[in-house]
Design a protein. Sequence first.
Length: 781
Amino acid sequence: AVIDVMITVVASSMSLGQAAPCLTAFAAGQAAAYKMFETIKREPLIDAFDLNGKVLEDIKGKIELRDVHFSYPARPKEQIFAGFSLLIPSGTTAALVGESGSGKSTVISLIERFYDPSSGQVLIDGVDLKEFQLKWIRGKIGLVSQEPALFSSSIMENIGYGKENATVEEIEAAAKLANAFKFIDKLPLGLETMVGEHGTQLSGGQKQRIAIARAILKDPRILLLDEATSALDAESERVVQEALDRVMVNRTTVIVAHRLSTVRNADMIAVIHRGKIVEQGSHSELLKDSEGAYSQLIRLQEINTESKELEVSDDEVFDRSISIGSSRRSSRRHDDDDSVSVQDAGQDNTEKPQDQSKNVSFTRIAALNKPETPILILGTIVCAADGTIFPIFGYLFAKVITTFFEPPHALRHDSRHWATIFVLLGVISLIVYPVHMYLFAVAGGRLIRRIRSMCFEKVVHMEVGWFDEPENSSGAMGARLSADASLIRTLVGDSLALTVKNLASAVSGMIIAFVASWELSIIILILIPLTGINNYVQVKFMKGFSADAKTKYEEASQVANDAVGSMRTVASFCAEEKVMEMYKKRCEDPIKSGIKQGLIAGLGFGVSFFVLYSVYATCFYAGARLVKDGKTTYAGVFQVFLALTMTTIGISSASSFAPDSSKAKSAAASIFGIIDRKSKIDSRDESGTVLENVKGDIELCHISFAYQTRPDVQIFRDLCLSIRAGKTVALVGESGSGKSTVISLLQRFYDPDSGHITLDGVELKKFQLKWLRQQMGLVGQ
C-alpha cells in the first residue's frame, strides 16, 4: 500500500510538472489580455454601436453651431472655439475659409460628431446632434477629407464603403460622377484592382477621386468637403468640381478650402480667424470691402485676371504636352494602371528571399548570441545538472522500494538515509532550476533586442520599391518585429536549455539503467526511438500549419492597421461593422488551422503515450523473464524501469514544446528573409562621388522605367528632360500622368531600367546616396 501511494503521488506530480510549459503561455496571455480588456471594458464617450436616439424619416439639412466652446482632449488648455456660432440653411453651400489652424476642419469634426463640444450645441434641423442615433445621423452625412483614406482592398470595395450592399452599376455610376471611371476602366482588373496599403498604388488625384465617388455613392443629405479637390491638377479639379456642383444640388454642403477659387460659387462664405467668424457673406458681398479679411486673402492668393491668364496658359501648355510624345502617355497609363498585378508580382518577389532563408541554422542564430557565451555556458552546465535530477530521482526511488523489503531495524536506518538524500535532491533542484531559467532569459532577451535592431535597421534602409509589396506593409512589419523576433529566442535559449536538459537526463538515465541490467536496457533502448519518430512527424505537420497561420494573421493585422489609421473615415461611413466582418474573415483561416493543429497535436500526444506505455509493458514483461532466468534481480528491474521512466518524461516534455518550436522556425525564416536581403538602393553605402559644390543641373536622358511590382506596364519610354541650374521647372499634367514618378527617380527612390539621370553631368548612381539626398529637399503631397 505504501508503494502504491508513493508511485501514485510521483506519477501525479510528474503530470503536473508537464503542465509547466503551459504556465508560460498563461503568463504571456495575461500580460497581453490586460491592455486588451482595458480597451474592451472602456465605455466610449461617443458610441457608434449605441442604437438609442432619434431616427427621423429624413432630414432637411439645416446646420447650426450655437455658442460652441471646444478644445481637443489632447490639448485641453488650448481653446479652439469660445462662443462660436454658425448657421447654415438647408440646401445651401457654405464655405469656411481662413488661415491654417483657424478651426475650419474642427467645424467638420463637430458636425460629424467625432467630438462633442465642451459647451454649446451642434444642431441639425433644430435637434441637438447628441439626441440622434449616431449611426443613423452619420448615414445622412458624407465626408471627403483632405487626406483620402483608402483601405488595402479593391477599388470596388473602397467605393462600396459608401453604401451597404451597393450594386456594381451604382458603384460605376458614382465613379463616373467623380471623374474616376475613366482611369479605372483602363486598368486590366478594372474595379477589382487592389489599391495597396493606404492606396499607395494610386496617384494622389486618383485616390481623391475614389474618395469622392465613395461619398457620392452614400447619397447624403449633408456633404462635407474638407479640401476635397486639393490633390487634383487644374483640369481634373475643374471636371470633379463640376461633378460636385451637380451632386451638391438640393444638399447642404460645407466646404473647407484654402484655395479660394473653389468657393466662389458658395451661397455663403465664412472667414474664420482664431476660432471666430470675422466675416460672412457671398463672394460678391465680401469683395465690396476691399480691406476686409476675405479681400486680403484673395489678394494674398493672387486670384485675379493675371492668374486666370496664367491658368489658361498652363492649360495650353498641358494640351501641347499631350501631343509631344509617347513618354507622357505611357507615364499616364502607368499611374492609371497603378495597381495592375500587384498581388501576383508581390508574391513572386517576396517569396524568393524567404525561400532562401527557410532553413535558418541553429549555429547562425546562436552566433548572434555570441556576446552572451559565458552566460550560455554557465546556463548549460546548470541545465545539465538539472537534467540529471529526474534519473537520479528514479534510481533513489527504486532504492526506497527495495528498502521496504528489508528487516525492521535496517528499514528504519535506510529510510532516514534515503529521505535525507531526497531532501538534498530537492534543495539542488530548487537552486538549479531558477538559475538556469534566469540565465537563459537574460541571454534570450539580449538576442531579441539584437535581432529587432538588425531587422529594423535593414527595413529602414530598404529601397522604396520594396515597400510597394503588400507583404511588406506597415502592419506586417510591425507583426514581424514584435512577435517573430520574440519567437526566435526559443530556438536558442529555450531550445538549448531543453536539449541539454533532456540529453543529460537521457545519458544519466542510460548509465543507471545499464549498470542495473544491461540486457533489459538494450531491449527498452531499441523501442524508445519510436517515440522520437512520432514527435518528429508531429513537429513537421505543425510547422506547416504555423507558417500558414502566421501569413493569415499578418493579413488580419493589416486590416486592423488600416482601420485604426483611418478611423475618421471608418466612423464617417458607419463602417465599423464592415471592418469587423473583414477582420473576422481574415481570422477564419488561422482559426481553422489552429483546430487542425490541435487535432494533430492531440493525436501525436496520444500516440506518444501509447508508445510510452507499450515500452512500460515490455519492460515489465522482459524484466520478469530475466528475473525468472536469474539474469537480473527484482531491484535491478525497478532501477531500469524508473530510470528510463524519468528519461521518457524528458522526451515527453520536449514534444510539448514542439508548437513553439515550429512557430519559431517560421518566424526565423521571416526575420532572416529581411536581414539577408540586400537593398538595391542602400543609403548606408558610403562609396560614391561627393562634389564640393553643386550647381543643380539635372538631366534625364532616354529614361525607360517600369515598377518592379508591375514590370509589364511601361511608365516612361525614352523620356528626356533637361533642367538648368537655378531655374524653376514645373511638371504639369492630369492626375496620374507620372509627374511624381520623376521626383521619385531624382530622389533615387527607384532606378530607371535604361537611360540615365545626371546631376551636374555626373550620373546619380555614381554619387554617394546619403550625400545626394542631403542636397535635395522634398515636400510631399
